[in-house]
Design a protein around this ligand. Structure first.
Ligand SMILES: Cc1cc2nc3c(=O)[nH]c(=O)nc-3n(C[C@H](O)[C@H](O)[C@H](O)COP(=O)(O)OP(=O)(O)OC[C@H]3O[C@@H](n4cnc5c(N)ncnc54)[C@H](O)[C@@H]3O)c2cc1C
Length: 453
């Protein structure tokens, strides 16, 4: 395509955030073009077909809660299958070379003293949630927390041991981040905005109570409704902008508009040339807003054999063997399906390996937790998101120390005709699919207001 396409708004990124922004704009009567670098929509949601199951499995975002109102609306609109999280039975915790078994809601293998220290540390964390103001970057507490990493904060409130290790899991588990690289303020305010870790890990009624079978279907549904407005294989390479207009060069052509919304991570924005350059504050912010590591595997078995042992398939580790494993087979009898997540530090065990090594490493951890049957799945899928050119890591960009207090107030401010979306721009459920939609909607509203003036 060597033509020039003219629309009122260009959206860069055909993930959930960009597509939702475009849908809002289109439904408000504005003309849009979504430019997507890959040859598919969905971004960090990716749902390959499983021949064994005859349905899709998920290598990216998957869990939802009834509190995630926007994604729920789209799940219904596009008829994406959703299932209750299976949780009947005992969970496993891997601590170095040992596995411990115990009920959900506990960390199996933890001593009573460690459990008391752990729950007390959670109370301290929730105390900080309450103490931080609505604008989490304001005030003395924010200034102090933004000067340190989350690791330093945890080390201040807990001595070395299993309780400390368990609390240090949180940045990896939720955002793919290492505790020593993220600002304490950033992590704590993200957790607060997502309902807190007690809600986020709740498999009964909270953030992990339901999962999708094919989350990419949500983006595909939106792309179908944007019929003709989504341009695949169209990586934005160069952006020319002034106060009044914007032009985006892709490999295939030029797109001109009044406004543009960036709905990809700051690391991806940094690969694009700007003329004139983005304001210095924005460029420096993007350099300090990196992605983490998040890798996910799906193993399909002839049956959920772990259930026969009284296990519900839920596995965690306080020593970083994996981040979490869960049974996503659904309640219906049939094949057994496990997912295994390796994020933050745990990803360092598997990411550097070759394809066969990754498979071996994942299955070895599942076998340690669930039994030797885990070594021989019928089908195996894996996605290492750090390998992906157009994601460059996952699951949500995070701010390093010193940034939120410096840029918090200006984080969502447009630069001329350039507006910002993506899950990292959300104030609630940031890092989630819901956050991506909320940020897309917020950016679309900002653009609609600007276009009306
Ligand atoms: C392993 C994993 C597990 C997760 N689990 C959950 C979960 O259980 N529940 C949950 O709610 N969320 C989960 N998430 C997070 C969720 O998937 C993301 O928050 C959400 O999908 C992000 O959407 P987005 O639109 O903001 O960004 P993205 O999905 O990253 O979309 C950005 C898009 O921009 C495109 N792009 C990049 N550069 C360019 C360019 N130059 N030109 C054009 N296009 C470009 C990319 O290809 C991509 O499609 C998980 C994520 C991962 C990776």
């Amino acid at each position: 395509m060597n033509t020039v396409v003219r629309r009122q708004v260009i959206v860069i990124g055909g993930g959930l955030s960009g597509l939702y922004a475009a849908l809002h704009l289109k439904e408000a009567g504005r003309s849009v073009a979504v430019l997507e670098a890959r040859d598919r929509v969905g971004g960090l949601t990716l749902s390959p077909h499983s021949p064994t199951l005859g349905r899709r499995v998920d290598l990216g975002g998957q869990w939802v809660s009834k509190f995630h109102k926007r994604i729920y609306g789209l799940i219904r609109r596009y008829d994406v299958p959703v299932r209750k999280q299976f949780a009947d039975g005992a969970r496993i915790c891997i601590h170095e070379d040992k596995t411990f078994r115990g009920p959900m809601g506990t960390i199996p293998g933890m001593s009573e003293a460690d459990w008391a220290a752990y729950t007390q540390a959670f109370d301290t964390l929730y105390g900080v949630f309450d103490a931080l103001p609505a604008n989490p970057w304001e005030g003395e507490l924010a200034a102090r927390l933004d000067q340190m990493t989350y690791q330093s904060w945890v080390c201040e409130i807990l001595p070395p041991g299993m309780a400390r290790n368990a609390l240090l899991r949180l940045p990896g588990a939720y955002y793919g981040v290492m505790p020593e690289e993220v600002s304490a303020l950033e992590l704590i305010q993200k957790l607060r905005g997502c309902g807190g870790p007690r809600f986020m890990s709740d498999v009964e009624t909270g953030g992990m109570s339901e999962h999708l079978w094919g989350s990419q279907g949500v983006s595909e549904g939106m792309a179908a409704d944007l019929d003709g407005d989504v341009f695949l294989g169209s990586a934005a390479r160069r952006v020319e902008w002034s106060d009044k207009s914007v032009a985006v060069e892709t490999d295939g052509g030029r797109f001109e508009a009044e406004k543009v919304i960036f709905a990809c991570s700051p690391a991806m924005v940094q690969q694009i040339g700007f003329a004139p350059a983005l304001p210095a504050a924005r460029r420096l912010l993007h350099q300090r807003f990196p992605n983490g590591r998040n890798s996910k595997a799906v193993a399909v078995y002839d049956r959920p054999f772990w259930r026969e042992k009284g296990l519900n398939g839920h596995v965690i580790s306080t020593s970083g063997a994996l981040t979490a494993a869960l049974d996503i087979s659904g309640a219906e009898p049939g094949h057994g399906v496990m997912i295994a997540l390796f994020s933050g530090k745990a990803a360092l065990h598997v990411d550097p390996l070759d394809e066969a090594g990754r498979r071996r490493a994942v299955l070895a951890v599942l076998a340690q937790a669930l039994g030797p049957e885990a070594q021989t799945p019928l089908e195996f899928h894996m996605q290492v998101w750090a390998d992906e050119q157009w994601s460059g890591g996952a699951s949500s960009p995070f701010l390093v120390p010193g940034q939120l207090t410096q840029y918090g107030a200006a984080l969502r401010a447009p630069a001329g005709p350039i507006h910002w979306a993506g899950t990292h721009m959300a104030t609630e459920f940031r890092g989630y699919m819901e956050g991506a939609l909320a940020a897309g909607e917020a950016a679309a509203r900002q653009v609609l207001t600007a276009l009306a003036h």
